[in-house]
Design a binder for this molecule. Structure first.
Ligand SMILES: NC(=O)c1ccc[n+]([C@@H]2O[C@H](COP(=O)([O-])OP(=O)(O)OC[C@H]3O[C@@H](n4cnc5c(N)ncnc54)[C@H](O)[C@@H]3O)[C@@H](O)[C@H]2O)c1
Length: 356
């Protein structure tokens, strides 16, 4: 692989866009520089660090102007999900490699549209799913792939965002109806669940509710609590919950296999393995990478630029456009959804249309 120094455009310069800019500037400065920003708010305030390091960076309010810059080879999209399909299409048509934040789309029709688009032409595209690069998640993947607990029978995954996060994000953003909180959060968790289990959801039931987080006197705009259960294509069962009322932010995962169980706090630094005969092991995990999301942002973005440098003109994990959103979206229907049948119909049907 011939590594190159990338000129990166960032579209959407809110919390996440600025966070990722910091990752590029301080985490992987040998890989790239921020060459332009497109943000529809006029005069967005930036951090002092960004202002020092990127003093001359051009700001545009229309992202098409950024895409017109020939020197930009890669684009990070950090706007909300209802804008992603159009921006990703425009960026790919402008010849850019695209890293786009989760949740990738707001509904299943858009998931299908984007999947067909990226799989029907030579392009470089990946979703910014960073949870698999948390230190614990990386180790869990290694252990589960090594079959340490045998064939999986059940996965339990719980996410509690806690009251501080709920106030900061649910009230500030989602109560203003900027996307759906359930998909915004559980896209991450259910993608990780399927990735670690090496399968995808075949059938999903779910229910969601707003118990607590809304602006006083106003009707709820987005749910803050969810429960979902289902069966993976592999046959293993799973549950996924979302609560928003705890004291801290945390997510835990528990895998049961025919030969034992393995569990961890995803944001922690150890894994508990219990063999079927009762032997217990605590496996320490080392956080070797610094930076946002326990170093996951640094690893994820560096791997993206390595993928761009590989020259392979194929989207990375395009199926995750579908699988990352289909479980929480099924839960929002409140019924039983045959997600597996839909997933296969899109994957197997791709290539038959024109991908427009
Ligand atoms: N992977 C992660 O760990 C992670 C963490 C936080 C947020 N996110 C995701 O990042 C995305 C953005 O979230 P956020 O918290 O930064 O929101 P935010 O509201 O802070 O920022 C979004 C920004 O996009 C801008 N924008 C919207 N449409 C635009 C357009 N057409 N052109 C240019 N700018 C536009 C808005 O003005 C805003 O400044 C969401 O999809 C969110 O789920 C991912």
């Amino acid at each position: 692989m011939n590594q190159t120094y990338h000129q990166v455009g960032i579209i959407g310069f809110g919390d996440r866009g600025q966070d990722l800019a910091n990752t590029l500037i301080f985490g992987i400065p040998e890989y790239c520089r921020v060459a332009a920003v497109a943000e529809k708010r006029r005069n967005p305030a930036v951090t002092p660090q960004f202002s020092f390091r990127c003093a001359d960076v051009p700001f545009f309010t229309d992202y098409h102007d950024l895409l017109a810059m020939k020197e930009i080879d890669s684009v990070i999209v950090a706007t909300y999900e209802d804008t992603h399909v159009q921006i990703v299409k425009d960026a790919i048509e402008a010849g850019k490699a695209v890293y786009c934040e989760k949740p990738i789309v707001p509904d299943l029709a858009s998931a299908e549209e984007l999947y067909r688009f990226v799989t029907s032409r030579p392009c470089q595209f990946q979703i910014g799913l960073n949870l698999p690069n948390y230190p614990v998640a990386r180790k869990l993947k290694e252990l589960l792939d090594a079959h340490v607990v045998g064939d999986l029978t059940m996965v339990r995954s719980d996410c509690d965002v806690g009251q501080t996060f709920a106030r900061t994000y649910h009230i500030n953003k989602f109560s203003g109806k900027r996307g759906n909180f359930v998909t915004a959060k559980l896209t991450h968790d259910t993608d990780l669940l399927q990735y670690l289990a090496g399968s995808y959801a075949e059938t999903v039931w779910g229910s969601t509710a707003n118990f607590q987080w809304r602006r006083h006197g106003l009707p709820p705009a987005s749910d803050d609590t969810a429960v979902m259960a289902g069966v993976l294509h592999s046959g293993a069962f799973f549950t996924q919950t979302l609560t928003s009322s705890g004291a801290t932010y945390g997510r835990s995962m528990h895998f049961f296999g025919k030969d034992g169980e393995i569990s961890a706090e995803i944001g922690g630094l150890e894994i508990r393995l219990v063999h079927a005969d009762g032997r217990e092991e605590t496996i320490p995990v080392y956080a070797q990478q610094k930076g946002g999301h326990m170093g996951a942002d640094r690893l994820t973005t560096a791997a993206f630029f390595d993928y761009v440098d590989s020259g392979v003109m194929k989207p990375r994990w395009p199926e995750r456009i579908l699988s990352s959103v289909m479980i929480p979206m099924a839960a929002l229907t409140g019924g039983v959804v045959q997600t597996g049948a839909w997933y296969r119909s899109v994957v197997e049907g791709a290539g038959k249309g024109d991908g427009k």
